[in-house]
Design a protein around this ligand. Sequence first.
Ligand code: PEP
Ligand code: MG
Length: 602
Amino acid sequence: MTFAVHGLPVARGIAIGRAVLVVSSRIDVAHYFIKPEEVETEIDRVRTARNAVAEELQKLQASVALMGPNDAPHELAALLEVHQMLLQDEVLTGGVKHWIVERLYNAEWALTTQLEVIARQFDEMEDEYLRERKADLEQVVERLLHRMKGTAAVLAPTPPRRKRRAEDDDADPTANDAIDAPLVLIAHDLSPADMLQFKKSVFAGFVTDVGGRTSHTAIVARSMDIPAVVGARSASQLVRQDDWVIIDGDGGVVIVDPSPIILAEYGFKQRQNDLERGRLSRLRHKPAVTLDGQRVDLLANIEMPEDTINAVKAGAVGVGLFRSEFLFMGREAQRLTRLPDEEEQYQAYKRAVEGMQGMPVTVRTIDVGADKPLDGRSVRDDGHLNPALGLRAIRWSLADPAMFLTQLRAILRAAAHGEIHLLIPMLAHASEIRQTLSLIDFARAELDNRGAVHGNVKLGAMIEIPAAALTLKTFLKYFDFLSIGTNDLIQYTLAIDRADESVAHLYDPAHPAVLRLVAETIAECRRQGKGVSVCGEMAGDVMFTRLLLGMGLRSFSMHPSQILAVKQEVLRADTSKLEAWAQEVLEAEEPAAVLTPAAASQ
Ligand code: PEP
Ligand code: MG
């Protein structure tokens, strides 16, 4: 039966494929594809864990048998017996093997996937006793996952691409064998680190139950340039493994088990999107200059040094934001040291500089915390009730100077290989600015003492807290340039958690207060002859291109996939006409109502 689930559109386009459910478990589980030659090793890991858990349960059973009725309730022995049975159950073991062999899931992913399949069968049972066995199954699987911790294989970079047969290309996609079909990812939630892992894989689209439009999970999805919907609330409950799914990343809709008519309709839309992309790609080598001759810098936001390949392909004239924290995340799953050391970081920043072939690279120092936990551990799990207001970004760095100095040394060393701009996130206080600058000096002195080669960097601060936007004079006294992080600026100005889908309707980039802070920051930088750019999601949203140009912005940083669409807007704009219009928008009670490209061109 066809049905639709609605969420928030975060990355454009249409994806049609088979659902791959990623189930959240109480244990942090890595999800990655193994190589075909690793299948036996993964099956062995499950077998070894199963034998160890069976032994563990046997020991427990033996000790229960020795206890008197007052020490152990008689149900305990029966319960342990049930756990032993579930552990050996063919539906569990056979199912896990199926996901490993057929889908090349790593063992933990296969286990949690099969747990979900069986758990749903339990949910549908009439018999209450049997329904309650679901909790036992979860406990057994958790025991297995605990046993397997530390025995994970190193992450495989890509799953094998399944070949589609040429004769299938025009056919109804659902008519193909599931093995040939594109895969779409459906999850309750995915950490940014998980997303980064999936970035290397072949998913054609993805959906999560939770998350806001500018949550970091959504940001990584956008950088993957595949259709995505977040905040789809119960999608992961309603969709089953292998269901056919259409993800409409423009409308924020997920259609499950679509009828042939709906499939044909979306197939048509998909082809239209491909044509539009083809048209845009012709702008790749065109300089971004407005009709009245204003040059505009379109820069790239990246998460990993390898993203510079797409940045250069898209025609970016530099990197405006390298979110360096992604080098620090998801390391446990890859069995790497907890934090990257100076050499590893230096190599990564150097690769980014070399990848940009002489164009500048803006490296932002680590911004973990809030919805970007290190190794999947939510800050909320640690008892912090308001992580977005807590130890995040520069606050984190200043609280751990040794870690911060390591990063600073690595960045300064990489600056010997090309133009690096060093960007500091989340500053609000003059004292934080002074502490940061003295640590940068200290890092330089350490390198000098060591005789290590390092280069000069331009220093910049992110304006992403209203307090910073309201004290620009202090910031401009200390920094060479400013970069406006609209994602956080909106969150902190409007008191809306950017990762919380339940308040996503109030997350309004066009709120007059937000626009005023953005406009005043741009104007003040221009008055003082300092560089200013916007690197939040607003910079890559074509709805805002003309408004930002009208405010005087000439440097936009965004995902490489958004550059060509924004360039098209720039090429059609006449900034001499946009200034007065931008002023009108700024004074409007509901700017969103007047904020259409058509209004700007009148
Ligand atoms: C921002 O806040 O706008 C920004 C660019 O930084 P991040 O999204 O990584 O917080
Ligand atoms: Mg930010």
